[in-house]
Design a protein around this ligand. Structure first.
Ligand SMILES: Cc1cc2nc3c(=O)[nH]c(=O)nc-3n(C[C@H](O)[C@H](O)[C@H](O)COP(=O)(O)O)c2cc1C
Length: 507
């Protein structure tokens, strides 16, 4: 039996004007998404809080190992038998004496015996982890909650979608690829039927399809509701292609200033400092998007009231914002990391560069240039390569002499292992382990053999939002402060005498 959290009112019926973009790993956690949706509700405006769906099994295991009471509470509202199995497997005994290092969750890799299958334990953990994140984000308010997924992380798609739907997620937002299989999976789960997902396998002409039957986890309870599906894309061509073939409810059009991953530039040439060069051809034609007759949002350097008004003038329903929320109190980033970045913005010294090579996914990735992070060549060189979490792996066809079937590789793993699996050594150059590096930035890192896992940080390139947010004397601010700044709602009540309005940045 599923127990959904008490909600102040039914979920939204209108589309949000402001979307807090999904930020993995663990940056847009349930606390941030809930705070954002709550702020919208408080201000009487439609604002969507989005949890990141990336790396959730690892995050749930970490929380259980720390005895996190919220995670335990949410897990108990999930399938009781499976919840107990997960607790038994990962929670250390209450006296804290196991004598063993904390157990890692299994890698998502599939087993191949005819049809690919993710190990049942991993499926259960992934479904439960998405349920927990969405369940907690929805608790105690009536604002809408979404979940963000990356198409590149195909292995986790079905279990994460199912868990999010079991917790009543309102929106599913997917980027980093062509997520044409998501709408059918959502519809199948809503009919309580088996959903399927074809895995892209490099070097294979065969079709490998993963399936998940929701009835095993949903023995009883009301049927699941199909959430709205929003495609995150950079160009109108992809939006038009998807709209013509599958059921899409709207589009987030994300430009090259956005934090996280970006779409590759159409031109292949790089600037002298190695950054991709975006031009006119990369710009989406918003008239073409508007003609599709669905709502759309603009993302990437849009986090101000003026940018919201401009977007709406161009026909958009609103904007999606990431960086401004990544630096607020409720974001999952470590406090000292947030502070260092906020101080850098304040001092006008913080630099964000688009790396064409850092991400194992092959997409350009925005990297904050700070010492003591993986952007620092010395820190990068000192980290021993290891692939311990395996969420950004690529599936490949194994050679017959290696037993055939599917294998998994990541260009950020140890070079010899990648090459042994048929990868090109040149592809490994400058690749950063984002699973571990981004997780570490959100306090989800695990110590390595050589010390603490180093962090990698990402933000968007346009940081002009910062001087429009009412900040405290310590430079910090809340998710509500961001929502207020964008919606132009003054706050006369929540400041104490100990807080100041920060001076605007000089430009
Ligand atoms: C720290 C961080 C992590 C992000 N992670 C993701 C992600 O996991 N999935 C995704 O679709 N977008 C991700 N993004 C992009 C945001 O959802 C959003 O679209 C983008 O940040 C908007 O641009 P802005 O940062 O200029 O506001 C991330 C952005 C940041 C800053």
């Amino acid at each position: 039996m599923r127990i959904l959290p008490d909600r102040a009112s039914a979920s939204d019926v209108k589309f949000p004007v402001l979307i807090q973009g999904g930020m993995g790993v663990g940056v847009s956690n349930w606390r941030l998404a809930r705070a954002v949706a709550r702020a919208g509700e408080k201000l009487g405006e439609r604002v969507l809080g989005v949890v990141s769906g990336t790396g959730l099994p690892v995050i749930l295991v970490n929380r259980l190992q720390k005895g996190d009471p919220d995670a335990l509470r949410a897990l108990r509202a999930f399938h009781p038998g499976i919840a107990q199995e997960i607790i038994n497997e990962y929670q250390p005994p209450s006296n804290g004496r196991t004598g063993k290092p904390a157990k890692l969750p299994p890698k998502p890799e599939v087993m191949v015996t005819g049809t690919p299958r993710i190990r049942e334990k991993m499926v259960n953990l992934a479904v439960a982890s998405a349920f927990v994140e969405v369940w907690l984000a929805r608790e105690g308010h009536g604002g809408p909650i979404g979940i963000n997924l990356l198409e590149k992380v195909q292995l986790m798609q079905l279990p994460v979608l199912l868990g999010a739907m079991m917790a009543g997620v309102d929106y599913v937002l997917v980027g980093a690829g062509i997520p044409h299989q998501v709408p059918a999976a959502l519809a199948a789960f809503a009919r309580n039927e088996t959903a399927s997902y074809r895995l892209d396998v490099v070097g294979s002409a065969e079709k490998y399809t993963m399936t998940l039957d929701p009835r095993r986890l949903l023995p009883e309870g009301p049927p699941l509701t199909r959430p709205r599906f929003l495609l995150i894309a950079s160009h109108h061509a992809l939006a038009m292609r998807l709209a013509a073939t599958v059921e899409v409810d709207g589009f987030v059009m994300e430009g090259p200033l956005a934090g996280g991953h970006n779409a590759p530039a159409r031109g292949k040439a790089l600037a002298e400092d190695g950054q991709p060069i975006y031009g006119e051809k990369d710009r989406p034609d918003l008239a073409k998007i508007a003609e599709l007759g669905k709502p759309f949002w603009l993302a990437g350097g849009r986090a101000t009231a003026e940018a919201l008004a401009e977007a709406q003038e161009a026909g958009a329903t609103g904007i999606q914002v990431g960086s401004a929320f990544a630096l607020c109190d409720e974001s999952g980033l470590l406090e000292d990391v947030k502070k260092r970045m906020r101080d850098g913005i304040e001092a006008e010294t913080l630099e964000v560069k688009t790396s064409a090579t850092a991400s194992p996914s092959g997409f350009p990735f925005q990297v904050v240039q700070l010492d003591d992070t993986l952007a620092d060549p010395a820190v990068f060189a000192a980290r021993r390569r290891v692939c311990s979490l395996g969420h950004l792996v690529e599936a490949y066809q194994k050679a017959d002499e290696d037993g055939g079937g599917i294998g998994f590789r990541c260009p950020a793993e140890p070079v010899e292992a990648f090459v042994r699996k048929g990868g090109e050594a040149a592809d490994t150059e400058n690749r950063v382990c984002l699973c571990n590096g981004l997780g570490a930035a959100a306090g989800q890192g695990r110590p390595t053999a050589t010390g603490e896992e180093p962090v990698i940080l990402t933000l968007g390139k346009d940081l002009t939002f910062f001087d429009q947010i009412e900040r405290r004397a310590d430079g910090g601010y809340t998710a509500e402060d961001v929502v207020r700044a964008i919606l132009r709602r003054e706050d006369n009540h929540h400041r104490s005498s100990a807080t100041l309005r920060a001076e605007p940045l000089k430009t």
